[in-house]
Design a protein around this ligand. Sequence first.
Ligand SMILES: [Zn+2]
Ligand SMILES: [Zn+2]
Length: 218
Amino acid sequence: MSFHGALSHILWPQSCPLCGRLSKAICPDCLIFLVEKNNPVCLECFRPFPCDSHGKNVPFLVFGALHRKEAKQLVHMLKYGGNKALGRPLGRVVAQTINLPKEVDCIVPVPLHRKSGRPFNQALEIARGVSEILKVPVKDGLEWTGGEKPQVGKASLERKQLSAGALRLSGKITDSTAMSVLLVDDVCTTGTTLRRCAEALRSGTLHVTGALVWTLSG
Ligand SMILES: [Zn+2]
Ligand SMILES: [Zn+2]
């Protein structure tokens, strides 16, 4: 632990939210216990990737755990409990545990809806952890177009009817070279949000190769 880390630990002692041991954000033992070495699935139908119906040209989806018990509890702490420091370790452990079936050049987080009222984007925090492991940059380049209501609760979290054009490039991605993108979010329920993000990125020079989430729900 760095001097600054040690000092902040004394001033603001942190403990692992799952086992209570003194630790920064969450202890590695608890994280490793939660993450499963899940095989990638097809983002269209959630069958093993590549599936017979959609093949290799649709995005894959990798996830660290199913959205239940402690894994779900961590999402709530990160998202609604304001525990920002949890994001990076979640991203790191998924990226460390699961081999992506294809290479990626950059990471794009699902953006935070501006009406959400939350102080930070949990998907961006997870994306930063993934970036540390994969050694590719995070490009926070998507935004909601507006008109969509903030999505709260499981049923509305990923509405199946989420309209086409709900997301767009924010103008922060200025690269003119073609790049393959890994989308990152905290939870995937129906996959609609991730698919809408993929469509929005397709209008630029970016191609979504796959998506990584902490938990898979539904
Ligand atoms: Zn722990
Ligand atoms: Zn499929």
